[in-house]
Design a protein around this ligand. Structure first.
Ligand code: PBG
Length: 325
């Protein structure tokens, strides 16, 4: 009598067959590479994020070239301003660092998909994502500055804006300002589901944006919640978001899956700074196989339901993908 059980291993015996039946794929065209631009000269390493640097505008030009050669189609620009003030003025200044950066990238490669992080936290001394009054982060007054920031990025040539502030109503505010200025075709990638996470630690050092008092829990989400994620996403869809994002990624794969099942918009996962730093730190000690771990993590995000991967690993992963064909 032949034993009666399933032969799952039949599909695993041949490498070609394994490739053929693979359900999720990481492609270089999935990547958005985040980068940090400063008014300073040269390239300065971010200590907690090995392989990531603060870039001058000149270095940004070189980096654009490198990304283009690797086939990475998109970047997300974060700016580190020269001065911070209460009104976050440099966030929406014509000659602000992000606005200049956008022009530099577009001059170097007009085909690069340039998206910008739209937020105020790097630009005011309190280090909060909205206007601060006493110990409050005020919502409605912040919307005007956030929308002005988005508009100034688009006027500089940005292809897409990505608001990360988590104020209520920001997608509607940005959409209305962009449409009013004639930018009806510019998409908004909403950081719709953004948790108050310790995984942003290394980024806050990189962007000089740690809050001077309190934390971000009155506007970013409680890591314990998933139904609330659906409500956040629903609002952003109704306000006019074109793509949704879940952030961070690795501790939130169930949230990615829930959003994927409930909404039909393209979905991005932001594999954030702390997630990157943990992998780099363990790899530096020889405790893990970095290449295998990176590809397994990124594949997991695709399997969970993400279409777009925002990751500091984009350059490494682009090289791995190139070598593996
Ligand atoms: C700014 C912003 C943050 C990140 C992206 N945009 C930090 C924060 O909200 O505290 C985090 C990115 C990362 O950790 O890689 N609002």
């Amino acid at each position: 009598m032949a034993p009666s059980f399933d032969r799952h291993r039949r599909l695993r015996g041949h490498a070609g067959l394994r490739d053929m039946v693979r359900e999720s794929h990481v492609r270089v065209t999935d990547f958005i590479y985040p980068l940090f631009v400063t008014h300073e000269q040269g390239r300065h390493p971010v200590l907690s994020m090995p392989g990531v640097d603060h870039l001058s505008l000149d270095e940004l030009r070189r980096e654009t070239h490198t990304l283009s050669e690797l086939g990475i189609p998109a970047m997300m620009i974060f700016g580190i301003p020269a001065v911070k003030d209460e009104r976050s003025s440099e966030a929406y200044a014509k000659e602000g660092i992000v606005q200049q950066a956008v022009r530099v990238v577009k001059a170097e490669n007009p085909h690069m998909l340039v998206s910008t992080d739209v937020c105020l936290c790097q630009y005011n001394p309190a280090g909060h994502c909205g206007i601060v009054r006493g110990d409050q982060i005020v919502n409605d007054e912040s919307l005007e500055l956030i929308a002005a920031t988005a508009l100034s990025h688009v006027q500089a040539g940005a292809d897409m804006v990505a608001p990360s502030d988590m104020m209520d109503g920001r997608i509607a505010a940005i959409r209305s300002v962009l449409d009013g200025a004639g930018y009806v075709q510019t998409p908004i990638l909403s950081y719709a589901v953004k948790y108050a996470s310790a995984f942003y630690g290394p980024f806050r050092e990189a962007a000089h944006s740690a809050p001077a008092f309190g934390d971000r829990r009155t506007y970013q989400m409680d890591p314990a919640n998933v139904r609330e994620a659906l409500r956040e996403a629903r609002s952003d869809v109704s306000e006019g978001a074109d793509l949704l994002m879940v952030k961070p990624a690795l501790a939130y794969m169930d949230v990615i899956r829930a959003i994927r099942e409930e909404f039909d918009l393209p979905l991005a996962a932001y594999n954030v700074s702390g997630e990157y730093a943990m992998v780099k730190a363990a790899a530096e000690r020889g405790w893990i196989d970095e290449r295998a771990i990176v590809m397994e993590l990124l594949t997991g995000l695709k399997r969970a339901g993400a279409d777009v991967l925002i990751t500091y690993f984009a350059k490494d992963a682009a090289r791995y993908l190139r070598e593996s064909v």
